[in-house]
Design a protein around this ligand. Sequence first.
Ligand code: MRU
Length: 353
Amino acid sequence: MSTETNFIQSVVLDDANSTLVILDQTLLPNEKVFLRLTSQNQIWEAIYALRVRGAPAIGIAAGYGAYLGTKESKAKTYEELYEDFKKVKEYLASSRPTAVNLFWALDRMESRFKKEVGKTPDEVKSALREEAEAIRAEDEMVCKTIGENALSLLKDGMGILTHCNAGAIATAKYGTALAPIYLGKERGINFKVYADETRPLLQGARLTAWELQEAEVDVTLIADNMASIVMKEGKIQAVLVGCDRVAANGDTANKIGTSGVAILAKHYGVPFYVCAPLSTIDLNCKTGDDIHIELRPGEEITSKWYEKPMAPEGVKTYNPCFDVSDNRLITAIVTEKGIAYPPYTESLPKLFE
Ligand code: MRU
């Protein structure tokens, strides 16, 4: 008998109150607080500060943000409204640079805007609401299908290592890398999941370990530097990670530390799978070198989650938020349109046909 997982909705629109309701992921696992965001500035800040995070969830929030920002406009004509829309779009696009879903969602909102040419501002606003809702609803289906496809690569009882959080709260539902784990659980197929804590912002410890434990999945938390020993001890049969941008040659940007895990997996002969909705594949980016890697404040390393600073005052820091796993380290890229294998320059474009 299959029982559907009870997922938390981490990004929802409350249209009647022109509000975006998000689960504040920075407060997890200690507090489950839903924020009610009404201004563009609040939505921008929520994306920048990782209150809403994970590539698909960022895209969903940006879609709703573009709608709500435009809804406020007092423009009297289509053209005036378009000017206001473009300002909102540009502003939200400046919140984070790496996850292509942010730009993908905003471009999709703009395409919808352009399709409504000649309509009244009220009609255009309602089309934008429809588009933003469609982005969210489609993500639910996309994630579930990624889960089905990834599940076909796994066997009951396998040990799975994951890095960062590519779970339900990073998407509309199911997550990407965690989708096969949830789907498996619903069907009585169980895995032993190892979650890297994911320094410095601890998405693995605070979010992945939390959401899997809530779903009663067998999850073990390890510090990032323990990935090698668990692989060496034979505890891991597959690595599953999400991603923020996949280049046309398969090079993949994901949370800092992912490329190290990919190198280890190659060394120990463990398959390394990237789970990616098509909205995260950027064929305009030729290779990983073309992916803009976000740099964040050093205090995230020195003091952010500590009661007292854990580094000497004034020490120099370098805090790249993502790294790129070379395509040669990636066994397969699992999408909603099927599983792409190397050479990715051939298999990835086929997914879009
Ligand atoms: O900085 P974050 O927490 O937004 O980084 C998120 C990740 O790296 C995820 O693995 C990725 O966005 C995929 S989420 C399905």
